[in-house]
Design a protein. Structure first.
Length: 209
């Protein structure tokens, strides 16, 4: 895709969430991510500062707040940010990953089903912004849909799909990140529609490489 096309599909994806914000929140707010929470939070210090990167409905922000963590919540959709703030009684900033300028601010970054909307040719810019946002030794959780290539779903949303190998290949360009663990899971929606997901827990090195 050309740069113009990518900007267009990214805008269309954000517009989808603006238009369908309530429907999306109702669909995702009660998903059980206990296993992912436990893997991520156990490695963080008490009261750690977490960036909920693409907070969506605010589901995960609320869990982290309720467990005593400090949370900064961001989302590219203004309507999702509005509903997330109302649900959590906590601010949610409207911010795209491509515009993040945090510097060693967070103990952990939670990017659950959000980086999958970033075109692959922009990941070389976005991942360093995540790395810069993490404190030395900080954790990054990422979940993406299993597959390959880039696609536009029937509802107009843009997706970048990855296999374990292709995502780990991407990470090779960022030596300050090391993989702690990987796991695969399935999300069930609409009856028997099973969607495979890949999850990665990564750690930023304590010192610059």
């Amino acid at each position: 895709m050309t740069t113009t096309m990518l900007k267009s599909v990214s805008a269309t994806t954000i517009n989808y969430y603006d238009v369908h914000a309530k429907e999306y929140c109702d669909l995702t707010r009660h998903a059980d991510l206990t296993d992912a929470y436990d893997r991520f939070l156990i490695a963080l210090p008490p009261g750690a500062h977490i960036l909920d990167a693409g907070c969506g409905s605010g589901r995960d922000t609320k869990v982290f707040l309720d467990r005593g963590y400090k949370v900064t919540a961001i989302d590219a959709s203004s309507q999702l940010a509005r509903l997330a703030a109302a649900y959590t009684n906590h601010p949610c900033e409207v911010l795209c990953f491509q515009d993040m300028v945090f510097h060693e601010t967070f103990d952990g970054i939670w990017a659950c089903a959000s980086l999958l909307h970033i075109p692959k040719n922009e990941m070389r810019d976005v991942i360093p912004r995540f790395v810069q946002a993490l404190k030395p030794g900080g954790l990054l959780y990422v979940s993406v849909k299993e597959g390959e290539g880039e696609r536009i779903a029937d509802d107009g949303r843009f997706f970048s799909d990855y296999s374990r190998a292709s995502f780990e290949g991407l990470l090779e360009h960022f030596p300050t990140l090391s993989e702690i663990t990987f796991w695969q899971s399935e999300e069930i929606r609409n009856g028997n529609n099973r969607q495979p997901w890949l999850s990665f827990l990564l750690k930023k090195s304590d010192t610059d490489l």
